[in-house]
Design a protein around this ligand. Sequence first.
Ligand code: ZN
Length: 90
Amino acid sequence: MSYYIGVLTADQQNRIFHQLAKKSAVTNSCDRCGSPKFGVLGRMHLPVHDPLHAETTKDIPTVIVACHDCGHLSLFALEKLFSKEDEFVL
Ligand SMILES: [Zn+2]
């Protein structure tokens, strides 16, 4: 299985990072190594399989925050960051 990582514009990256900071989901440094060099890397659709219904799969639109020093990755579900009224389209 492969995961496509989509590119985000600088504006989209800034809007996502602003929302993460607004919800206190990120700090000013990497959770693992403390480096201040981290940011929004891209987006992906994370597939989720329902073990009770093997044929059922859904995916969660996700953004990836990456540390540029240690490579630690964090995933955040877009639907939890933005309300439906927002016009954030990926
Ligand atoms: Zn790090």
